[in-house]
Write a new protein. Structure first.
Length: 517
């Protein structure tokens, strides 16, 4: 169950505006005062587990409170401007019998203060869609060190699996693989519920605001995980709304967080909606939104204030978002992307997986040519090939042929050569073949994936000896390895980090030649 669309008839600065939401992530951005938090409230307010007939009735999230989102958490209602019948919006929810329209009504015949309820009915329990929601407000960022009432005597105990989950993702998101967590403690106070971490060199009282923020977010994810595990098919999904997602996190960690949230959304059936001012997050999410393979999963909503009305700029580019947030006009022509030729698709996939976001300046050509052909086309100055017209990427096996290496030296500005001394498909085959069957990587690829499965049709000798069979093996297996084969290539990168870093440094040097040309 997810929100497909919201139509806002009237609510403060919003008048007759609509937009679609992402099935996984919906990113709300805009300058201060554009009512981003108000929008977050409209999207999360109509959900609750208030019906006593609901099997999940009475459940409470680990992050504190209940599975509901009240407007009091987000802003103060104005007695002057927030009046009865002055608010109305409609949610189209997948799996619901009909659209759910909310309006503002008087609390009672004697109390003109407003409350929000489903339009057309006043029946008890009808005011909410029965689905769990967690709203994380800016109050979650109240520093642990300044909360005198916080203690580690929380009543909730995490399972060993939940603790392992937290430890793994805490370090992945904060990019601290070397900081082994010795223990994790559940912390509670009137201000917050969160997780504190202890290591050999510091305890939870010394945790940073960023660690606390991640603790609160992961605690919310674990809450939905519990519901899914406990209630099975009765759990139809949930909504996690987060105000100012990026606050307290440095840029690289922000990207790791949204990558993790996208994964959690799919894994635990959570629709995640958040506000942000982070240009790094917005750039990455705009890339996802533009990717036709996953475009429905991610939606970037930009709010723009014109006089007293808030407009929604749909399909806005990242460049325009950046200019609007910086109140600037770049005045520069769009940067031309560098055309890239690779030996084959395997080469392209491996190359893109290694350079990751550094591929934004590149335009991969749908034309694959052999190593010898590419070298000769560049050497003979054939138009379109070589610096400054295009970049050529070659497999690592070119290093084994001295004659080709000599030719490349004089053409260095045009070429980059992948790590390793064999082709990417053979490199990955060798890596998986030499991997212990006890490695967790097999189950991370798929719970039924194994060495036996990977090499059931082609053995390692065939793959290393026969290029055709190597390609056939790679194309057979890549569908299990995730986007850009990241489930296998990323672990390979970690084990060959020094060589990969040297390659990326060389690639960046070569790319600078194109910007100077």
């Amino acid at each position: 169950m997810i929100i497909n669309r919201i139509d806002i008839k009237k609510f403060r600065g919003f008048q007759d505006v609509s937009f679609q939401l992402g099935t996984a992530l919906t990113v709300v951005a805009g300058q201060n005062g554009t009512q981003k938090t108000t929008l977050l409230g409209m999207l999360s307010q109509p959900f609750s587990l208030s019906d006593k007939t609901n099997p999940m009735y009475g459940e409470k999230p680990l992050s504190g409170g209940n599975y509901r989102s009240s407007f009091a958490e987000k802003f103060k209602l104005s007695e002057v401007f927030d009046t009865v019948r002055n608010h109305e919006w409609t949610l189209n929810v997948n799996g619901a019998d009909a659209d759910f329209t909310v309006e503002s009504i008087a609390r009672s015949s004697t109390d003109e203060n407003i409350r929000f309820w489903r339009k057309g009915t006043r029946a008890k329990g009808s005011g909410y869609i029965q689905m769990p929601v967690i709203y994380l407000s800016l109050s979650r960022l109240f520093p642990i060190g300044e909360d005198n009432g916080i203690n580690s005597n929380g009543e909730i105990t995490l399972t060993n699996a939940e603790l392992d989950f937290f430890k793994e993702w805490h370090n992945k998101i904060l990019l601290t693989p070397a900081s082994e967590l010795t223990s994790v403690e559940y912390l509670s106070s009137k201000q917050k519920n969160t997780l504190g971490v202890n290591t050999a060199s510091y305890d939870w009282k010394m945790n940073s605001a960023g660690q606390d923020n991640i603790g609160k977010i992961l605690l919310s994810i674990i809450s939905f995980q519990r519901l899914k595990n406990k209630y099975g098919n009765k759990y139809k999904g949930g909504i996690l709304a987060i105000d100012e997602l990026d606050t307290t996190l440095y840029p690289a960690s922000q990207i790791k967080l949204i990558e993790a949230l996208r994964k959690f959304s799919s894994q635990f059936n959570i629709q995640i909606i958040f506000t942000t001012h982070s240009l790094g997050i917005l750039e990455k999410c705009c890339e996802w939104q533009d990717d036709k393979k996953i475009s429905m999963q991610v939606k970037v909503v930009y709010l723009h204030k014109i006089d007293n009305d808030v407009k929604i700029l749909d399909g806005i580019t990242f460049d325009r978002i950046r200019n609007n947030l910086n109140i600037a006009i770049s005045g520069k022509p769009a940067i031309s992307k560098v055309p890239v030729f690779t030996e084959d698709k395997e080469c392209e996939i491996f190359f893109r997986a290694i350079i990751k976001r550094k591929s934004s300046q590149l335009k991969f050509q749908d034309c694959t040519l052999g190593c010898d052909s590419l070298i000769e086309l560049v050497r003979k100055n054939i138009p379109g090939f070589g610096h400054p017209q295009s970049l050529v990427v070659l497999d690592g096996d070119v290093k084994m042929e001295k004659s080709k290496v000599q030719r490349l030296i004089s053409l260095k500005k045009s070429f980059v050569v992948l790590p390793g001394i064999i082709s990417p498909e053979r490199l990955l085959a060798e890596y998986l073949f030499n991997l212990s069957e006890k490695s967790l990587l097999w189950s991370e690829i798929d719970e039924d994936y194994s060495k036996q499965f990977a090499f059931k049709d082609y053995n390692i000798k065939e793959i290393l000896k026969d290029r055709v069979k190597a390609k056939a093996w790679f194309n057979q297996q890549k569908k299990y390895w995730g986007p850009l084969c990241s489930k296998v290539i990323n672990p390979w990168i970690k084990e060959n980090q020094e060589e990969v870093d040297a390659f990326v440094t060389e690639y960046e040097k070569v790319l600078k030649n194109f910007s100077k040309a």
